[in-house]
Design a protein around this ligand. Structure first.
Ligand code: ADP
Ligand code: MG
Length: 211
């Protein structure tokens, strides 16, 4: 039977993601300068720094409490589209875990899919709209497929990371149909989506954590 996922590992993932966002802050902002308003890196970095500070202050006892805290912090500290979108993603993950102490790999995949559902409920993105959805949906699908083939969670997350990176790259030729980039119409073509880039970092961070 597969090992359960501890709250400590989930917290390590969130903290690793925060570090990745900080390291890639300028890159994310440059991507947003091309098709948006040049604030995506600073938005996400502000939000994730606040989330880490909140975790330092009150270490969460459960996965549910962890992701609820991260989501609420993002919603309350980040303006723009990404605060509510990434915030809802983490909040829905938190709700999916509930107050359970024993998180299985399947529970983790279920929570990730619930997070994706939250992004769609908030932003109404469809495949090919050139948003964070285009990296997140393939990652969630890849993890589900890997677990269905009895892969361990670590291997499933590597597959999810690769799918997110491919999804991120696939946003470059897309014409933006949601968010600020959609105001550019044809001029959005040829630029990688910032939010999809952040999602790829989120999955990269998972493979660098001790799942
Ligand atoms: P803003 O666009 O308000 O300045 P950010 O720059 O922080 O916010 O985030 C932009 C990113 O948000 C985009 O690159 C895209 O991935 C994502 N995004 C925008 N609108 C939507 C939406 N409706 N659904 C999903 N993702 C979206
Ligand atoms: Mg922006």
């Amino acid at each position: 039977m597969a090992d359960n996922v501890t709250t400590a590992v989930l917290e390590e993932w969130v903290r690793t993601f925060a570090t990745q966002v900080a390291e890639n802050r300028d890159h994310l902002t440059e991507l947003d300068a091309a098709i948006g308003d040049a604030d995506h890196g600073s938005n996400m970095d502000r939000g994730m720094k606040a989330a880490v500070a909140a975790l330092d202050e009150t270490p969460p006892a459960t996965a549910g409490a962890l992701f609820t805290k991260v989501g609420m912090t993002l919603v309350s500290t980040v303006g723009g589209a990404s605060g509510p979108l990434f915030g809802t993603f983490f909040l829905r993950m938190g709700t999916s875990f509930g107050d359970s102490d024993a998180v299985t790999p399947q529970d983790f995949a279920t929570a990730l899919r619930a997070g994706l559902g939250g992004v769609v409920a908030r932003g109404k993105a469809e495949p090919g709209d050139k948003t964070m959805y285009d990296a997140l949906a393939p990652a969630v699908d890849a993890l589900d497929a890997a677990l269905a083939e009895q892969s361990p969670l670590g291997a499933g997350l590597k597959a999810a990371r690769d799918a997110a990176a491919a999804g991120r790259d696939a946003t470059t030729p897309m014409l933006a149909r949601k968010g600020r980039a959609s105001y550019l119409g044809e001029r959005s073509v040829g630029h990688q989506d910032p939010g999809a880039t952040t999602v790829a970092l989120l999955l990269e961070a998972a493979t660098e954590s001790s799942f």
